[in-house]
Design a protein around this ligand. Sequence first.
Ligand SMILES: [Fe+2]
Length: 172
Amino acid sequence: MGTTTLVRPGLAELIAGVRVAATRHAEDPRRAAHAVADVLRASPALGTDILTAAERTETRGHVLHAEADFSITAIVWSPGQITRIHDHIAWCAFGVLEGVEHETLYRDNGDHLTEIGQTANHVGDVSGFAPPGDIHRVHNTSTTNAISLHIYGADLSVAGSSVRRYYDIPVR
Ligand SMILES: [Fe+2]
C-alpha cells in the first residue's frame, strides 16, 4: 500500500555533475558537450537499471529529467529502428547502455548531403557533439532492443523535441 518512489541508480549524482559542467561551459556548446560526456562516462547511471524492466521493453524516449539548461532522456530502440536524418537544437552527449547503435554523419551542401563518417557505438561508449555540424542518423542494426542515454542542452519539457531540422534532401 502507499506510494513508492522510483529510485534511478546514479541519476541524482549525474544531474548534479551535468549541472556543473553545463554551467561552466554555458558559452561554448562544444566544450559543454565534451565536458558532459566526461561526466556521463564516469557515471554509474550509465547502466540499464536506470530504467525499470518494464520501461526497457517500451521502445520510445523516456524523459528522466528536465530543467532549464539540460534534459536527460533514455531512448529504447527497437530492432532495425532507424531515424530520419536530423540535427539538434542544442549540444548533446550520449552513451550506450545496451546493444549497438550505428551512427552516420553528414555534411549539408545546400541541395544535397554528403556522408562524412560512420561510427558503431557499443555498450559504454560515450560521445558528445554540438551544432552546427551535427547532422546524423542513428540505426539499431541488431535484432534486439538497444538503449542509450542522451543528455541535451535544452529543456525538453518546454522545447518538446531535441530535433532542429529533418533533412529530406538527397545523399550523394
Ligand atoms: Fe540525434
